[in-house]
Design a protein around this ligand. Structure first.
Ligand SMILES: *[C@@H]1O[C@H](CO)[C@@H](O)[C@H](O)[C@H]1NC(C)=O
Ligand SMILES: *[C@@H]1O[C@H](CO)[C@@H](O)[C@H](O)[C@H]1NC(C)=O
Ligand SMILES: *[C@@H]1O[C@H](CO)[C@@H](O)[C@H](O)[C@H]1NC(C)=O
Ligand SMILES: *[C@@H]1O[C@H](CO)[C@@H](O)[C@H](O)[C@H]1NC(C)=O
Ligand SMILES: *[C@@H]1O[C@H](CO)[C@@H](O)[C@H](O)[C@H]1NC(C)=O
Ligand SMILES: *[C@@H]1O[C@H](CO)[C@@H](O)[C@H](O)[C@H]1NC(C)=O
Ligand SMILES: *[C@@H]1O[C@H](CO)[C@@H](O)[C@H](O)[C@H]1NC(C)=O
Ligand SMILES: *[C@@H]1O[C@H](CO)[C@@H](O)[C@H](O)[C@H]1NC(C)=O
Length: 751
């Protein structure tokens, strides 16, 4: 009852926004803005890709001529290098023999979880990244380091360059002892200033319609259409790559296999695998995990490149696998590069994996570590899989005879890609505010009617209650404290599914957690070594008194799927414990009761086994059930543990997006089938369980685009369209227009 007013307010806010019709100039500027945000990210990801192979000269070339490297803390800052030549020498000296080139050496310089903010004029950008460096000399030396980048970027003649690499180290150490807070005396850590506020991080990338007049443009609508569809394709391919990774973690071989073309090729360390995709995957183990098996393959710094044709794509990134078996106590690290190919199915337009290629750099036994080059050191380190370009080269425009969508429809498609990046910024900003326990800041990232899970307890509704729950747990809000310890909440590997209107997103991310402290090496109390979980979030655009901001609508963490016993013993040392049949209410639940407890009956199965959920309480090496908010992106299969929409909506349907005036993003592809029946064509569309299909179907002649028949799907998911005699011999495309809940889909059929 208490929140009714808030719901009504948000309902009207979401329907108020009326966009002015875009002009070509306006659209050209906005396409450039989204491409810029992505190039800035790819530039920094390329830094990480190149670092694995000691390509210091090429990294230096990512810098502007007057680009600067600064390393320091908030009180004392040192400029270490200015200009590419000096940057290169600095990198060479800093990494010494841990360059990935000397036999057995390891050079991992991960930077992920970007908050990239573009200036209003689109010519400069700032980016915050979480950094983790795992290095080894091959002859025993190791280094573990990390912290935060608060970088600056500049666009010089159409190319993005790093103008400032500002590295704030926060922890360092080595493999044998683990790490602790940076600096002598294990001092406390200050908060590293953010280049954004909870409000500014939500500013949409596309400028509002009352922004200054955009510059004139030479781009044609046709070129912009091709660039926008490439951005949309990047989102599909990135989601597919990351979903594949999540399926691999749980050895969901049926789902993983669905993602591949039937003639997909698999290459591992340069040799072509002679067998099926399924056989390849089963080399990791049989389908599904059993107790005590860890198969996590964390994917970082994924760059997606769409070929100019728009029909093929490549992904490249860094895979850090953490593998183990608590029964045998075996545990390993695997450092590799993935370089995968994707193809757009010519009939359905759905992307699939057509070639998987993995190059291992180093495989190490957990107990002995990576300092000696791993289990079977390679005599010569592998040559780098090819690097992907950063700049988006001009795509081939679609044939001049195909119809170009209207500018409004192009603008809508572009807003979906902008939403992808905005949701990543909100996700990352949440991660940094959580690391720093900035209660009020992460509360303010939420929508005025948004909700958040406080781990092990329940959901709090509205920013004020989210902040209070955090404060009652952590007691103070000092805006700039020195902290003795930091728990890092890394949220890589997003699968972000954007609604048809570009105003809401369903977002899955990994939680990879570690910590640093002034007293314990390799972590601190609750966080020693590494922990893992899964976030299931939703983000929306909120209209706040006429100003649009991206906000968190819903935040859930399912944790922990596994935890290290300690840095020294690792994740495979965990012993099974008898399951507990009682859930002890957390202190927070007593001190400041949530709006919805995780033990609420209305959750049904959803929270059983989760920390704070209904018993039996499960702890690694028991396997918690893993939930999915989306269906298979290729086959549309719904997983067994399927819970679409906001997680607490299972128990509180009124917290759902649709009830509050937003669109619920699609849960998977809309699969279209077209079958000839006499003189008519039966077109059917399938969606997720319980999702009703409605919408327009158009049957066009392939090539000319001439509409041959059209109709509406109302119930039962299919419609019969009369073609008459003229259908014979035609190549047709049956297109489903989509709806508020469903993606468009299509299939080709020859009569
Ligand atoms: C920052 O670094 C300087 C120089 O290394 C050091 O003297 C100072 O104590 C550091 N400050 C903090 C807050 O860590
Ligand atoms: C691949 O496997 C098939 C069937 O298992 C076998 O006949 C063939 O010789 C193999 N090819 C290579 C190159 O190993
Ligand atoms: C793996 O789990 C899924 C979902 O529970 C189930 O359908 C499938 O049969 C399992 N596979 C095996 C080999 O047990
Ligand atoms: C890993 O190290 C442990 C302890 O030294 C040893 O017992 C085990 O055989 C090693 N495993 C591998 C795969 O090298
Ligand atoms: C760690 O930090 C806490 C809190 O600031 C302080 O009480 C403690 O003395 C510090 N420990 C060390 C070893 O510096
Ligand atoms: C919106 O405007 C109203 C009326 O001017 C004001 O009371 C309210 O604080 C504003 N809300 C926000 C979030 O700025
Ligand atoms: C927990 O409940 C299950 C099923 O009711 C029962 O079999 C088991 O013995 C109980 N375990 C404990 C520790 O009470
Ligand atoms: C349109 O262009 C494509 C590719 O150039 C061609 O295959 C097709 O026949 C053309 N259609 C018409 C109606 O000209």
């Amino acid at each position: 009852m208490r929140f009714r007013a808030v719901f009504l307010a948000s309902l009207s806010a979401a329907t108020v926004t009326a966009q002015k019709a875009p002009t070509l100039e306006w659209l050209a500027r906005d396409v450039q803005r989204v491409e810029s945000v992505r190039e800035v990210k790819d530039l920094t990801r390329t830094f990480s890709h190149l670092a694995q192979f000691g390509r210091w000269g090429e990294i230096a070339a990512l810098f502007a001529d007057n680009g600067v490297v600064r390393v320091g803390n908030i009180t004392a800052d040192t400029v270490l290098a200015t200009g590419p030549t000096v940057v290169e020498s600095w990198l060479r000296a800093d990494n010494e023999d841990m360059d990935g080139l000397k036999t057995g050496s390891l050079s991992t310089f991960l930077a992920d979880q970007p908050v990239v903010t573009l200036s209003p004029d689109g010519l400069t950008a700032k980016g915050r990244w979480l950094v983790l460096r795992l290095q080894g000399t091959g002859s025993g030396g190791t280094r573990i380091q990390g912290g935060v980048f608060e970088n600056e970027y500049t666009n010089i003649g159409g190319r993005w360059k790093i103008s400032l690499l500002h590295y704030y180290p926060q922890f360092d150490g080595n493999y044998a002892e683990g790490w602790g807070n940076t600096g002598t005396g294990l001092r406390s850590l200050p908060i590293i200033p953010y280049h954004y506020t909870p409000d500014s991080v939500g500013i949409p990338i596309l400028l509002p319609s009352n922004a200054a007049n955009p510059p004139s443009t030479k781009a044609t609508a046709q070129e912009l259409a091709a660039r926008i569809s490439r951005l949309n394709d990047e989102d599909e391919v990135r989601n597919l790559q990351h979903a594949y990774g999540f399926y691999v973690d749980r050895r969901m071989w049926t789902d993983a296999t669905d993602l591949f073309t039937s003639d997909a090729t698999i290459t591992a360390d340069g040799s072509r695998f002679n067998g099926t995709t399924r056989q390849y995957l089963e080399q990791m183990g049989p389908e599904n995990l059993s107790q005590g098996i860890l198969n996590d393959h964390n994917l970082f710094d994924t760059i997606v490149h769409i070929d100019p044709s728009g029909r093929e794509a490549t992904t490249r990134g860094i895979e850090l696998a953490m593998l183990g078996n608590t029964q045998t106590r075996a545990a390993t690290w695997e450092f590799s590069v993935f370089l995968n190919r994707f193809t757009k199915d010519p009939s359905t337009g759905i992307w699939k994996i057509s070639a998987l290629s993995t190059t291992h750099l180093l495989i190490a036994n957990y107990s002995s570590g990576w300092g000696h080059g791993g289990i079977s050191p390679l005599k010569t380190p592998p040559s780098p899989p090819r690097f992907l370009p950063i700049s988006r080269s001009a795509p081939s425009p679609s044939p001049s005879n195909t119809s170009i969508p209207s500018l409004s429809s192009l603008s809508l498609s572009l807003s979906r890609s902008a939403a992808y990046d905005s949701s990543e910024s909100i996700s990352s900003a949440y991660g940094y505010f959580a690391d720093d326990i900035r209660c009020q800041f992460f509360a303010d990232l939420h929508h005025s009617a948004g909700h958040k899970l406080s781990p092990g307890t329940g959901y709090y509704l509205t920013p004020a209650r989210i902040a209070q729950a955090c404060l009652s747990r952590y007691s103070t809000f000092d805006p700039n404290p020195q902290r003795p310890r930091v728990p890092f909440h890394w949220r890589p590997q997003p699968v972000a599914i954007v609604s048809q209107d570009g105003k809401s997103v369903t977002y899955r991310a990994r939680l990879l957690q570690w910590g640093t402290s002034n007293e314990t090496r390799g972590g601190f109390n609750g966080v020693s070594g590494f922990n893992a979980g899964v976030y299931h979030d939703q983000m929306v655009i909120e209209n706040i008194n006429g100003t649009e901001r991206w906000k968190l609508w819903s935040l859930t963490i399912d944790e922990f799927y596994w935890q290290s016993v300690s840095w020294k013993e690792g994740w495979a040392a965990a012993d099974p414990r008898p399951p507990s049949n009682v859930t002890t209410p957390s202190g927070l639940a007593k001190d400041y009761p949530p709006d919805l407890l995780l033990t609420d009956e209305a959750f049904g199965e959803r929270e059983v086994g989760m920390d704070g959920g209904k018993p039996p309480n499960m702890r690694w090496p028991d396997l918690k059930r893993m939930w999915w908010g989306f269906r298979n992106p290729v086959s549309g299969r719904a997983p067994e543990s399927y819970s679409p929409g906001c997680v607490p909506c299972v128990a509180r349907p009124k917290w759902g997006l649709e009830v509050n005036g937003y669109q619920e993003p699609p849960t998977g592809p809309s699969l279209v089938k077209a079958v000839r029946e006499g003189t008519s064509l039966k077109v059917s569309v399938s969606a997720g369980p319980g999702e009703s299909v409605s919408g327009k179907v158009l049957v066009r002649q392939e090539g000319t685009g001439r509409v041959v028949a059209e109709g509406m799907i109302k119930e039962g998911g299919s419609v019969s369209l009369e073609l008459g005699a003229e259908g014979n011999g035609l190549k047709l495309v049956a297109e489903f227009d989509g709806s508020e809940r469903l993606k468009p889909g299509q299939t080709k059929v020859s009569l």
